[in-house]
Design a binder for this molecule. Sequence first.
Ligand code: SF4
Length: 490
Amino acid sequence: MRRLIYVPFDQLNLDYGALKTADPDHDLIALVESNRMTTGRNWHPARLHFLISSARHFVNQLQEAGFTVDYRKAPTVISGLDSIKSEYGSLPITCTEPSSYRQTESLRAYGANFVANDFFLTPRPLFEKWAAAQKSYLMESFYRAQRIRLDILITDGLPTGGSWNYDKDNRLPPPKKYVGAPYLEHPQDEIDDQVAEELGYTPSTTWATNRDGALSQLHNFIENHFGEFGPLEDAMTTDNWALHHSLLSPYLNNGLLHPKEVVDAAITAFNTGTIPIESCEGFIRQLIGWREYVNGMYWHLGPAYRDNNQLNATRQLLPLFTDPEKTSMNCIKQTVTDIQSRAWVHHIPRLMLLSNLALITGTNPQQFLDWMREVFIDAADWVMVPNVIGMGIHADGGQMMTKPYAAGGAYISRMSNYCKGCDYNPKLRTGDTACPFTTLYWDFLDRHQAQFAGNHRMRQQLFGLNRLADLAELKVRAQEVLTGLDRGEI
Ligand code: SF4
């Protein structure tokens, strides 16, 4: 063997990165299941099961392709690589550029040679070039440039269908008793069972752990859900847990799927004329817009970005995030219960329920970031740091988003069926049955009025705040709500 190629658990693809040019006769492939990864934090067991079982299935795929593979457990990745090297001799180490700052630094210090990370559609230097030319990092500008650069949904140099953005068509509330097409079940195999036994956890059949399963998930989305995805993409309902969302982010984020093949499948389906433009554009926006933008911003903003706390938020993580029985807020109880069973909810509950609640309660950004990293199956560092610190809780002072995503109960009531089964009333901001979101939304604006005063995008909200006749009463209720949330009694 002439070279050792180290494969992290989020780069499980033979066709990209360092493996693209690997040679079974001369390259030894190493995967390390580190204790740091498995027991270092309070990870959701579904997430651990998915990542570990996917990596072990990938070992089989590599071996079937003729590679010599060393998969071992070790306290850390570096100690695992040390023990592999002690057996095979001191081979030079090659690795695709890792997806996080921490792993990049640790492998760089170990002397690894990096191959450019092509698990995204935008090379890191290209994003830097875009970011360097911006006054503000508007995702919409990046997305339009991506559409043109990648020639996706572009007709004769203009956006296909006549518009760059169909968001206005994609904000339908959930229909009553909505059923829709079923989601795939992925039966467990021996490897899944073995990992489950080691973790002492019984996984659901929601998530596939190999390339074939990931591909069937892609095909199921394209065949059965893609057409209806767009209009309902922001809706939330207790009647249907995924509401036509693709469920592809775990596979995109661990390498089992590459964004290019997902884009190609979406555009091929759109070209048959069976997929409405608003569904196709909404999906493409997530893939070539948001996903690429967030990854680019992670690297652009630097390693210290995660420590931001520009709103000086000091509240300890609320008990309801780890125990849904600690709240009577139906929207949060349902969402946290869903997370506990599948390690997933779609982007609107993440943003407009969980992050919104952390934002308006003044929860410490780093504690909330840690929780979000731990509980979601697709929660890579590169996606959660910008999404939480920048987009979710505005802890960066507006570096990423021009205004905070704060909302009261009216938005949640409009976009979900949660409020009908709730002890609280989304229309009320004071009194014992006032919706905590509604009360705390106004209280949040009041607490940060001075900071937001110069932000023209907040003018309307602050105008509304200053017209409230019951602000003094609301502030008293807000303190009761915050104390109740801290105690797990709201
Ligand atoms: Fe959530 Fe408020 Fe609606 Fe209850 S009333 S479900 S707390 S938004």
